[in-house]
Design a protein around this ligand. Structure first.
Ligand code: NAD
Length: 281
């Protein structure tokens, strides 16, 4: 039986520290960290994510504003809004909620955010800094995943890590971050052959596919650390990529869904916003 990594409890502890630091910034420097989230359209999942981010900001004393834009908004209007926020000294972090409508070029939008305000860590300058081991803003989900692994009593160095999924926001950066911590990494994806066999070599298995219950016990090495990043809404409830009940029996550690990676992602966003604000001291 594995130990369940309680992402919610770990996130709460970190948020407590962030709250204290935000309060100290206010009293010592009259500086209130500010995050602006841009939400385009009516995607129900995006609305929930944005609401949760707003709530989390409020909880720790970060100023949060949400700019809501119509689904049909012109790309130019969105880019102009980002430029205005780039110039606004009260805004330390800018986040554009993804996905964006198809008529908008996502890369152009991400590239328009000033790298010093890119608290999601998606700007190519920040991805490049991550590659070079100099990141100031590590992307939130991978950063949260590393913290969760660090909460186990296992060290990452020397371990064999397999990451399933190669997206720019999860798979690729988390693999780089594990490599920087001296794991031996394999990145698997939709064209990988013998996936279960490769996964079974992993001391640390990170699953970020977006296919509910895809990974079963046959993918798991006895005692492995299993991080389930996937979130899919099925009949109103959230489901991970991992069959929790059977994998839990074989893994050493496992994250639940919900209550694993999700709360950490938002917490790392708060932390990155605090880092961005501190650059103004
Ligand atoms: P994505 O769709 O950009 O990437 C999915 C990846 O999975 C791709 O690289 C693809 O090659 C791989 N893949 C697809 N089918 C596969 C298969 N059959 N076998 C092996 N690999 C396969 O998704 P993403 O943005 O990286 O997100 C992945 C999941 O993580 C989604 O469920 C998403 O909702 C979730 N997510 C959760 C958080 C969080 O905070 N918990 C944050 C970001 C993403």
């Amino acid at each position: 039986m594995s130990k369940v990594i309680d992402g919610k409890a770990i996130a709460n502890q970190i948020r407590h520290t962030i709250k204290e630091e935000v309060s100290a910034l206010k009293t010592q420097h009259s500086l209130v960290p500010g995050l602006c989230v841009i939400l385009v359209g009516d995607d129900p999942a995006s609305k929930i994510y944005v609401r949760n981010k707003e709530r989390a900001c409020k909880e720790v004393g970060i100023n949060s504003t949400v700019i809501r834009m119509d689904e049909q908004v012109a790309e130019k209007e969105l880019l102009d809004t980002i430029e205005r926020l780039n110039q606004d000294d009260n805004v330390h972090g800018i986040l554009v909620q993804l996905p964006l409508p198809r008529h908008i070029n996502k890369d152009a939008v991400i590239n328009a955010i000033h790298p010093a305000k890119d608290v999601d860590g998606f700007h190519p300058i920040n991805s490049g800094m991550l590659m070079a081991g100099q990141a100031e803003f590590e992307p939130c989900t991978p950063k949260g995943i590393i913290r969760l692994i660090e909460e186990t009593d296992e060290s990452i160095a020397g371990k064999r890590a397999v990451v399933i999924g190669r997206s720019n926001i999860v798979g690729k950066p988390v693999a780089i971050m594990l490599l920087q911590r001296h794991a031996t990494i394999t990145i698997a994806h939709s064209r990988t052959r013998n996936l279960a066999e490769i996964a079974r070599t992993a001391d640390i298995l990170v699953v970020a596919i977006g296919k509910p219950q895809f990974v079963d016990a046959s993918f798991i090495k006895e005692g492995a650390i299993v991080i389930d990043v996937g979130i899919t809404r099925v009949n109103g409830s959230l489901m991970g990529d991992v069959k929790f009940e059977e994998v839990e029996k074989k893994a050493g550690y496992i994250t639940p869904v919900p209550g694993g990676v999700g709360p950490m992602t938002i917490t790392m966003l708060l932390e990155n916003t605090l880092i961005a604000a501190k650059r103004n001291i």
